[in-house]
Design a protein around this ligand. Structure first.
Ligand code: URA
Length: 233
Protein backbone atom coordinates (compact mmCIF):
# COMPACT_ATOMS: atom_id res chain seq x y z
CA UNK A 1 0.00 0.00 0.00
CA UNK A 2 1.19 3.56 -0.71
CA UNK A 3 2.23 5.55 2.36
CA UNK A 4 -0.22 8.39 1.67
CA UNK A 5 -3.11 5.89 1.43
CA UNK A 6 -1.90 4.22 4.63
CA UNK A 7 -2.02 7.58 6.44
CA UNK A 8 -5.48 8.41 5.03
CA UNK A 9 -6.89 5.06 6.17
CA UNK A 10 -5.16 4.96 9.54
CA UNK A 11 -5.70 8.60 10.52
CA UNK A 12 -8.97 9.31 8.74
CA UNK A 13 -7.09 12.07 6.88
CA UNK A 14 -7.79 13.37 3.38
CA UNK A 15 -5.14 12.85 0.67
CA UNK A 16 -4.28 16.58 0.93
CA UNK A 17 -3.85 16.33 4.72
CA UNK A 18 -1.72 13.19 4.36
CA UNK A 19 0.55 14.99 1.88
CA UNK A 20 0.95 17.90 4.32
CA UNK A 21 1.77 15.54 7.19
CA UNK A 22 4.39 13.82 5.01
CA UNK A 23 5.94 17.14 3.95
CA UNK A 24 6.44 18.05 7.63
CA UNK A 25 9.10 15.31 7.83
CA UNK A 26 7.50 13.88 10.97
CA UNK A 27 6.62 10.50 9.44
CA UNK A 28 9.07 7.62 9.61
CA UNK A 29 8.89 4.15 8.12
CA UNK A 30 11.15 1.71 9.95
CA UNK A 31 12.91 4.67 11.59
CA UNK A 32 13.72 6.44 8.30
CA UNK A 33 11.99 9.77 7.50
CA UNK A 34 9.70 9.42 4.49
CA UNK A 35 8.25 12.43 2.71
CA UNK A 36 6.98 10.69 -0.41
CA UNK A 37 3.37 9.46 -0.53
CA UNK A 38 4.31 6.88 -3.15
CA UNK A 39 6.63 5.02 -0.74
CA UNK A 40 5.33 1.45 -0.40
CA UNK A 41 4.50 0.08 3.07
CA UNK A 42 4.00 -3.58 3.83
CA UNK A 43 2.43 -5.25 6.88
CA UNK A 44 5.87 -5.61 8.50
CA UNK A 45 6.63 -1.86 8.36
CA UNK A 46 6.49 0.28 11.49
CA UNK A 47 5.04 3.67 10.57
CA UNK A 48 5.43 6.49 13.10
CA UNK A 49 4.19 10.06 13.16
CA UNK A 50 5.73 12.47 15.68
CA UNK A 51 7.40 9.49 17.36
CA UNK A 52 4.17 7.53 17.93
CA UNK A 53 3.39 4.34 16.10
CA UNK A 54 0.39 4.60 13.81
CA UNK A 55 -1.54 1.39 13.90
CA UNK A 56 -2.15 -0.30 10.56
CA UNK A 57 -5.39 0.67 8.83
CA UNK A 58 -8.15 -1.71 9.86
CA UNK A 59 -9.64 -2.72 13.19
CA UNK A 60 -7.88 -1.43 16.30
CA UNK A 61 -7.14 -3.52 19.38
CA UNK A 62 -5.77 -1.72 22.43
CA UNK A 63 -4.82 -2.69 25.99
CA UNK A 64 -4.99 0.11 28.55
CA UNK A 65 -3.81 0.11 32.15
CA UNK A 66 -6.82 1.91 33.62
CA UNK A 67 -5.94 4.00 36.65
CA UNK A 68 -8.27 4.73 39.56
CA UNK A 69 -10.77 7.55 38.92
CA UNK A 70 -11.57 6.94 35.25
CA UNK A 71 -14.84 5.53 33.88
CA UNK A 72 -15.18 3.06 31.03
CA UNK A 73 -17.69 4.98 28.92
CA UNK A 74 -17.65 7.79 26.37
CA UNK A 75 -19.54 10.28 28.54
CA UNK A 76 -19.62 10.92 32.26
CA UNK A 77 -20.67 14.22 33.72
CA UNK A 78 -18.55 13.73 36.82
CA UNK A 79 -15.50 11.50 36.26
CA UNK A 80 -12.90 11.46 33.50
CA UNK A 81 -13.57 8.92 30.79
CA UNK A 82 -10.67 6.52 30.20
CA UNK A 83 -10.80 7.57 26.53
CA UNK A 84 -8.95 10.79 27.45
CA UNK A 85 -5.91 8.56 28.04
CA UNK A 86 -5.84 7.53 24.38
CA UNK A 87 -4.13 9.50 21.65
CA UNK A 88 -6.21 8.06 18.81
CA UNK A 89 -8.17 9.26 15.81
CA UNK A 90 -11.84 8.33 15.24
CA UNK A 91 -12.41 7.88 18.97
CA UNK A 92 -16.16 7.62 18.46
CA UNK A 93 -15.64 4.23 16.75
CA UNK A 94 -13.95 2.72 19.83
CA UNK A 95 -15.66 0.87 22.68
CA UNK A 96 -14.64 -1.08 25.78
CA UNK A 97 -14.63 -4.87 25.61
CA UNK A 98 -15.89 -5.13 29.18
CA UNK A 99 -15.90 -2.31 31.71
CA UNK A 100 -14.31 -1.71 35.08
CA UNK A 101 -15.75 0.34 37.94
CA UNK A 102 -14.38 3.84 38.36
CA UNK A 103 -12.23 2.76 41.34
CA UNK A 104 -11.02 -0.53 39.79
CA UNK A 105 -7.59 -0.47 38.14
CA UNK A 106 -5.93 -2.67 35.55
CA UNK A 107 -6.55 -4.27 32.19
CA UNK A 108 -9.19 -2.92 29.84
CA UNK A 109 -9.43 -3.84 26.18
CA UNK A 110 -10.62 -1.25 23.68
CA UNK A 111 -11.54 -1.89 20.06
CA UNK A 112 -13.70 -0.92 17.13
CA UNK A 113 -14.33 -4.58 16.24
CA UNK A 114 -17.74 -5.48 17.65
CA UNK A 115 -17.51 -9.20 16.84
CA UNK A 116 -14.20 -9.49 18.64
CA UNK A 117 -15.44 -7.70 21.78
CA UNK A 118 -18.65 -9.74 21.75
CA UNK A 119 -16.52 -12.86 22.06
CA UNK A 120 -15.09 -11.41 25.29
CA UNK A 121 -18.26 -10.02 26.81
CA UNK A 122 -20.92 -12.52 25.74
CA UNK A 123 -21.83 -14.78 28.72
CA UNK A 124 -22.11 -17.67 26.23
CA UNK A 125 -18.34 -17.79 25.71
CA UNK A 126 -17.43 -17.78 29.42
CA UNK A 127 -14.25 -15.75 28.92
CA UNK A 128 -12.09 -15.88 32.06
CA UNK A 129 -11.16 -12.67 33.87
CA UNK A 130 -8.67 -12.66 36.72
CA UNK A 131 -8.75 -10.01 39.44
CA UNK A 132 -6.29 -9.30 42.21
CA UNK A 133 -8.37 -8.40 45.24
CA UNK A 134 -7.42 -6.80 48.55
CA UNK A 135 -10.02 -7.38 51.26
CA UNK A 136 -10.97 -5.46 54.39
CA UNK A 137 -11.46 -8.55 56.57
CA UNK A 138 -9.68 -11.91 56.94
CA UNK A 139 -10.17 -14.56 54.25
CA UNK A 140 -12.65 -17.19 55.46
CA UNK A 141 -11.50 -20.83 55.54
CA UNK A 142 -14.53 -21.74 53.41
CA UNK A 143 -14.05 -19.11 50.68
CA UNK A 144 -12.37 -21.35 48.08
CA UNK A 145 -15.17 -23.89 48.36
CA UNK A 146 -17.90 -21.23 48.32
CA UNK A 147 -16.54 -19.54 45.19
CA UNK A 148 -16.20 -22.93 43.50
CA UNK A 149 -19.80 -23.79 44.29
CA UNK A 150 -21.27 -20.45 43.23
CA UNK A 151 -22.48 -17.57 45.36
CA UNK A 152 -26.00 -16.19 45.66
CA UNK A 153 -26.01 -12.47 45.00
CA UNK A 154 -28.71 -10.06 46.10
CA UNK A 155 -31.31 -9.40 43.40
CA UNK A 156 -30.05 -12.27 41.21
CA UNK A 157 -32.13 -15.35 40.52
CA UNK A 158 -29.19 -17.66 39.86
CA UNK A 159 -26.01 -18.25 41.81
CA UNK A 160 -22.74 -17.18 40.17
CA UNK A 161 -20.93 -19.71 37.99
CA UNK A 162 -18.04 -21.60 39.63
CA UNK A 163 -15.10 -19.26 40.23
CA UNK A 164 -11.51 -19.99 41.25
CA UNK A 165 -10.04 -18.33 44.32
CA UNK A 166 -6.33 -18.45 45.07
CA UNK A 167 -5.00 -17.04 48.31
CA UNK A 168 -1.92 -14.92 47.62
CA UNK A 169 -1.23 -13.55 51.09
CA UNK A 170 -3.62 -14.29 53.95
CA UNK A 171 -2.00 -11.68 56.23
CA UNK A 172 -2.37 -8.97 53.59
CA UNK A 173 -5.88 -10.29 52.75
CA UNK A 174 -4.84 -10.55 49.12
CA UNK A 175 -6.41 -13.07 46.71
CA UNK A 176 -6.68 -13.81 43.00
CA UNK A 177 -10.20 -14.47 41.75
CA UNK A 178 -11.03 -15.84 38.29
CA UNK A 179 -14.60 -15.53 37.07
CA UNK A 180 -16.24 -16.26 33.73
CA UNK A 181 -19.14 -13.82 33.95
CA UNK A 182 -19.45 -10.05 34.03
CA UNK A 183 -22.40 -9.20 36.23
CA UNK A 184 -22.70 -5.63 37.54
CA UNK A 185 -20.11 -5.08 40.33
CA UNK A 186 -19.76 -8.85 40.40
CA UNK A 187 -16.54 -9.27 42.37
CA UNK A 188 -17.50 -6.72 45.01
CA UNK A 189 -20.94 -8.29 45.38
CA UNK A 190 -19.49 -11.81 45.67
CA UNK A 191 -17.31 -10.80 48.59
CA UNK A 192 -20.12 -8.72 50.10
CA UNK A 193 -22.33 -11.84 50.03
CA UNK A 194 -19.71 -13.52 52.26
CA UNK A 195 -19.70 -10.54 54.64
CA UNK A 196 -16.38 -9.13 53.44
CA UNK A 197 -15.51 -5.92 51.61
CA UNK A 198 -13.26 -5.29 48.63
CA UNK A 199 -10.78 -2.56 49.47
CA UNK A 200 -9.09 -2.56 46.09
CA UNK A 201 -9.68 -4.40 42.84
CA UNK A 202 -7.24 -4.78 39.96
CA UNK A 203 -7.83 -6.76 36.74
CA UNK A 204 -4.79 -8.65 35.50
CA UNK A 205 -6.10 -10.94 32.76
CA UNK A 206 -8.87 -11.29 30.18
CA UNK A 207 -8.85 -14.68 28.46
CA UNK A 208 -5.23 -15.28 27.41
CA UNK A 209 -4.37 -11.57 27.45
CA UNK A 210 -2.31 -10.39 30.43
CA UNK A 211 -1.84 -6.77 31.47
CA UNK A 212 1.62 -5.85 30.14
CA UNK A 213 3.94 -5.28 33.11
CA UNK A 214 5.78 -2.60 31.12
CA UNK A 215 2.70 -0.37 31.16
CA UNK A 216 2.30 2.27 33.86
CA UNK A 217 -1.19 3.33 35.00
CA UNK A 218 -2.73 5.42 32.22
CA UNK A 219 -0.51 3.96 29.46
CA UNK A 220 -1.65 1.79 26.57
CA UNK A 221 -0.32 -0.24 23.69
CA UNK A 222 -1.70 -2.07 20.66
CA UNK A 223 -2.29 -5.79 21.02
CA UNK A 224 -0.01 -8.19 19.18
CA UNK A 225 -1.52 -10.38 16.46
CA UNK A 226 -1.15 -13.35 18.81
CA UNK A 227 -3.14 -11.57 21.53
CA UNK A 228 -5.86 -10.56 19.05
CA UNK A 229 -6.17 -14.12 17.70
CA UNK A 230 -6.20 -15.66 21.20
CA UNK A 231 -9.74 -14.40 21.71
CA UNK A 232 -11.06 -16.80 19.07
CA UNK A 233 -9.43 -19.86 20.67
N1 URA B 1 -16.27 -6.67 39.53
C1 URA B 1 -16.48 -5.54 40.23
O1 URA B 1 -17.10 -5.55 41.28
N2 URA B 1 -15.96 -4.40 39.74
C2 URA B 1 -15.24 -4.32 38.61
O2 URA B 1 -14.77 -3.23 38.22
C3 URA B 1 -15.03 -5.51 37.89
C4 URA B 1 -15.56 -6.67 38.37
Amino acid sequence: MRLDKYLCDALGATRKEATKILKSGEVTVNDAVQKSGSCKVSDECVVEWQGREIQKPGPRYIMLFKPDGFVCSHEDGFNHTAFVLLDEVKMEDLHFAGRLDVDTTGLVLITDDGKWSHRITSPKHKCEKTYRVWLADPIGADYIEKFAQGIELRNEKQATLPATLEIVDADEKEVLLTITEGKYHQVKRMFAALGNKVEHLHRERIGHILLDEALEPGEYRYLTQEEIDSVWK
